[in-house]
Design a protein around this ligand. Structure first.
Ligand SMILES: Cc1cc2nc3c(=O)[nH]c(=O)nc-3n(C[C@H](O)[C@H](O)[C@H](O)COP(=O)(O)O)c2cc1C
Length: 246
């Protein structure tokens, strides 16, 4: 199927807020979709170490030294590092009106993005694909095995990704955001994911690791890999994190 040539400008135009036109509202008569994705059963559940907030370099140093890194050594990450990366992107850091707020911002606090960690090499953790349970700060295994090559191939053959310790894939549950913002939600899913990618890359930098964000991928192949349908939940962004040499 060819991509319609003007779909971008059409989308931009159709989803604009324009003074004088009504702004879409959350429907008072329809309950919002659940904020948290629940699996009936995980293959395994792994508790993560408590996040640390009292050490590491300062923010300005971290920003100044952030660079996209693709030359990974292939050495394993520690479970503590993985925990810190997950917390820095989606960990619960606050509460308002009984609603949990997270490390990275989200339009309307709707948090449409689910995090999948494709574990390639992490100490004390079996290779596999895990879903991040935000509330439990834990990982639930959804597939066991090494998917490094499949994932790199799904990302247009970016083989450097195979040296990463973990690759995060974000899947956006469209209804969670479209319930309120309708078609404009498609802007917000990606903006939200951008924040997640930025947080995880800065966290990786602060941990002395390297990270590279990836948006060049075959959408359906990445969706398939993490077990989402690519329509109600779409793969929006990917970030590889690994150890880098001196
Ligand atoms: C939305 C987005 C998508 C990207 N996709 C890829 C990608 O698919 N492959 C890749 O190697 N780098 C990718 N990058 C990394 C950019 O190439 C990189 O950020 C840019 O070259 C600037 O370098 P710096 O991040 O080191 O400052 C992406 C970055 C962003 C923000």
């Amino acid at each position: 199927m060819n991509m319609p040539t003007n779909i971008g400008p059409q989308f931009q135009e159709a989803t604009k807020y324009v003074r004088g036109r009504p702004v879409p509202q959350a429907p008072g008569w329809v309950a919002p979709p659940p904020t948290y994705k629940e699996y009936e059963e995980y293959l395994d559940t792994v508790a993560l170490p408590e996040p640390q907030t009292d050490d590491g370099p300062g923010l300005w140093d971290t920003i100044a030294t952030r660079r996209s890194q693709r030359r990974f050594t292939g050495e394993p990450l520690s479970l503590r590092q993985l925990s810190q990366l997950l917390w820095a992107m989606q960990g619960v850091t606050g509460e308002i009106h009984d609603m949990e707020l997270r490390a990275a911002p989200s339009a309307g606090a709707l948090y449409p993005n689910e995090t999948y960690a494709v574990v390639q090499t992490v100490q004390d953790l079996a290779e596999g694909i895990y879903h991040y349970d935000v509330r439990g700060h834990s990982l639930g295994m959804i597939a066991e095995g090494n998917f490094a090559e499949d994932l790199a191939q799904a990302c247009l053959g970016q083989t450097w990704m195979q040296g990463a310790g973990v690759v995060f894939v974000w899947g956006a549950v469209v209804a969670r955001c479209a319930w309120k913002y309708q078609n404009r939600a498609y802007r917000y899913l990606y903006l939200d994911a951008g924040h997640l990618g930025a947080h995880v890359q800065l966290a990786a930098t602060a941990l002395g690791l390297g990270a590279c964000n990836v948006a060049a991928f075959f959408d359906d192949e990445v969706a398939d890999l993490v077990g989402i349908d690519g329509t109600s939940e779409v793969a929006v962004y990917v970030t590889a994190v690994g150890r880098v040499g001196p």
